[in-house]
Design a protein around this ligand. Structure first.
Ligand code: NZQ
Ligand code: ZN
Length: 393
């Protein structure tokens, strides 16, 4: 078991009508003039945005709005936000939306108080020493950014998608009303649950398998997500199951399921190249990569994959054939992805076969110019990355 620090300072305000507490939360964390950041249409269409802005105005908090964040948020929008935040002198960034809006908000929060170019942080050329406070009104459970220290941004100049992590940007509060997720399309619901489950699986597939408590928590969340996603795909207004998923998204990525283990993240790194190059939905990209990653690495710790097969996927344990049990667990995961409408390879993800040239380009980016490996469960070099992309094509 590894030593660990668990740090999850975000105040969670969860439940029906919880967005009514937004102005109180902003005030509590020192906001007087707020940049309200949002995406395309959903928050406007649902009335959430107007409700939140009206409430802030009524409470004497000044509001500056900036919408137009797209999935796989762009650096150009971040730069627009930084210029606006400086010009207007805002002292708080409020994200109303999902992972893309929150990540864009975090990037603006870093950039607004930094003299250089915010992309420096994502290139790891500089470390942030300050950040405006960020708050969240969450509308899609998926990325877990509402409690995480991470922000992932795509630079359109070269389609490079990179993450930057710092505790400075962990949201001060996250408001989560499961009713606000009733409007999610089935695709986004399923991709969101895939991402949530992958945030747990990236930590679950580890060689530190003596941390029983973390393992049991992880398996419990994974089983709950599996059950609840079918319930909400059948009935999108099922509050009880929407609530499981919404809270699941936060605990999957706030560090709880990583306590005491060395985590992996190779599937995420391989996927970020897919969403960077093809602008696909992050969760769907994960489903397209994971089965190939799993088949490529499972021999590194067969018993871990056996446990996953039995305890999470409900596969019967054939004690005489551990490898067979492990592989049936991966197949069961593929069947689950298909059942919720997710792709299980890149062809299904982008609608055509990915070319050798595209694979080479993704390997180059994923290895940061052939300089870094990815993953911990099996440390992947560039040959491994290429092999997995080819298995997944
Ligand atoms: O733009 P609008 O119109 O709001 O539509 C959004 C968007 O098209 C829609 N949506 C959101 N809430 C809705 C809704 N539609 C109807 N009703 C609602 N209540 O959903 C679409 C997807 O939104 P997005 O914010 O992109 O989703 P998600 O939360 O999955 O975020 C994905 C981004 O997060 C990054 C991903 O790489 C990707 O860029 N990640 C961030 C992480 C982090 N910061 O910790 C970790 C993750 O692993 C991930 O990499
Ligand atoms: Zn993710």
């Amino acid at each position: 078991m590894k030593d660990f620090i668990y740090y999850a300072p975000t105040e969670v305000v969860f439940g029906r009508e919880s967005e009514d507490k937004t102005a109180d939360e902003v005030k509590k964390y020192g906001g007087h003039k707020v940049l309200v950041h949002y995406g395309g249409q959903s928050a406007r269409r649902s009335g959430l945005l107007d409700k939140v802005c009206h409430q802030l105005n009524e409470s004497g908090i000044e509001v500056v709005e900036l919408g137009g964040v797209v999935p796989n948020p762009r650096l150009s929008k971040v730069r627009e936000g930084i210029a606006l935040a400086r010009r207007e002198g805002v002292d708080f960034i409020l994200a109303v939306g999902g992972g893309s809006v929150i990540d864009s908000a975090k990037a603006i929060a870093y950039g607004a108080v930094y003299d250089g170019d915010v992309w420096d942080f994502y290139l790891h050329r500089a470390e942030a020493v300050a950040c405006l406070p960020v708050g969240v009104v969450l509308t899609i459970p998926a990325a877990g950014s509402e409690m995480s220290e991470a922000s992932v941004v795509t630079n359109e100049d070269g389609d490079i998608k990179l993450g930057y992590s710092s505790d400075l940007s962990r949201p001060r509060f996250a408001i989560m009303n499961p009713e606000r997720t009733f409007t999610l399309p089935a695709w986004q619901t399923a991709a969101g649950v895939t991402d949530i489950m992958m945030h747990i699986m990236e930590r679950y597939f580890t060689h530190d398998d003596d941390m029983t408590l973390t393992t049991e928590i992880a398996e419990g969340i994974l089983r709950t997500m599996k059950d609840s996603v079918f319930a909400v795909l059948k009935n999108p207004s099922d509050y009880r199951h929407r609530a499981q998923i919404m809270w699941g998204g936060s605990v999957a990525h706030n560090g709880l399921t990583g306590c005491g283990v060395l985590d992996d993240w190779a599937t995420h790194q391989l996927e970020h190249e897919l969403s960077g190059m093809f602008d696909v939905t992050h969760g769907a990209g994960l489903a397209a990569v994971w089965p190939s990653w799993a088949r490529y690495v499972y021999r590194e710790n067969v018993s871990r994959f056996v446990r996953f097969a039995v305890k999470v996927m409900g596969v019967e344990n054939d004690f005489s054939d551990p490898e067979g049990t492990a592989l049936r667990g991966i197949e069961a995961m593929e069947r689950f992805y298909r059942a919720i409408g997710m792709p299980v390879n890149i062809h299904e993800l982008i609608g055509r076969e990915v070319t050798d040239e595209e694979i080479h380009e993704m390997v180059r980016k994923c290895s940061r110019g052939y300089k870094t490996t990815q993953g911990q469960f099996k440390v992947l070099d560039t040959n491994d990355m290429e092999a997995i992309y080819k298995m997944a094509r």
